[in-house]
Design a protein around this ligand. Structure first.
Ligand code: SAH
Length: 247
């Protein structure tokens, strides 16, 4: 018996890995994070699978379902949105499974950061403009253990998860720490879903643009000079005079 933590991808059910979809089909129990995972992924589940939406469940209740499956020797697909390693609270579930001696494995997924960049056809890294991407969030009920000032000082491109309600805070904290108010911002609401929305603005207008477009919960906020596109300096990667091992 095994628990598979599976990344469902950002929404579009075709953006799950082949392996993730196969395992959902093979597991007799499927627990999916219904608040963000597209319920259509259940089409990959077998007809007689037991299906649970974890949205109304607490950790103990999820562990109870897994314990029962363990007793009945049934494999469990624990389906998380995007990639499970980012803001998925998989760590605490794994800690419980360790305690119970239940085996598990993680299958990665397409994070909403990648799906958002794809939706807007942008590069998060660009030669001589940005070679670093910071994945972060603004503080909410979950406090921030890192110093936001230090994150701002890194520069590069920042992807803010879980921060749609904090546009004004992002503008304040970044501009107070050396970012220009005209730094480009790309906002993607529900990347890869049918009602996906994309908006571009500058750092100064972030809050206003979020509000104007009704961008709430499922919004990715990307900030950085690279987002302007059209690099002035092409990379060496496809340079004629350059042989490269990463092409
Ligand atoms: N593990 C997930 C992140 C979960 S945290 C992943 O890898 O994508 C939830 C946050 O992810 C949301 O607040 C939002 O910032 C972002 N998010 C999730 N789905 C999204 C989508 N389809 N489009 C844009 N942002 C999304």
């Amino acid at each position: 018996m095994k628990v598979y933590f599976i990344g469902a991808g950002p929404g579009d059910v075709e953006l799950i890995t082949v392996k993730g979809a196969r395992l959902i089909g093979e597991c007799q129990v499927v627990i999916y994070a219904g608040s963000l995972v597209n319920p259509d992924i259940l089409k990959y589940a077998s007809e007689d699978a037991e299906i649970y939406d974890s949205a109304p469940l607490n950790l103990e209740q999820i562990v109870e379902i897994i314990k029962k499956a363990h007793k009945e020797n049934k494999n469990v697909a624990r389906v998380h949105t995007g990639d499970p390693s980012l803001y998925g609270a998989t760590g605490e579930q794994m800690a419980e499974l360790n305690r119970l001696g239940i085996e598990y494995e993680t299958i990665p997924g397409v994070t909403s950061m990648a799906a958002s960049a794809a939706a807007a056809n942008i590069e998060l890294t660009m030669p001589e403009v940005s070679q670093t991407v910071t994945i972060t969030r603004t503080p909410g009920r979950t406090p921030m253990p890192e110093e936001v000032e230090n994150i701002a000082k890194v520069g590069g491109t920042i992807a803010f998860f879980l921060s749609a309600g904090q546009g004004a805070y992002i503008t304040k904290i970044l501009t107070e720490n050396g970012w220009n108010a005209d730094t480009p911002v790309v906002l993607v609401y529900r990347a890869s879903w049918e009602d996906q929305k994309i908006a571009r603005c500058v750092l100064y207008d972030l809050e206003k643009t979020l509000k104007k477009n009704g961008m709430t919960k499922q919004t990715m906020i990307l900030v950085g000079k690279a987002l302007n596109g059209n690099p002035e300096n092409y990379s060496k990667l496809y340079d004629r005079a350059f042989s490269h091992e990463y092409r």
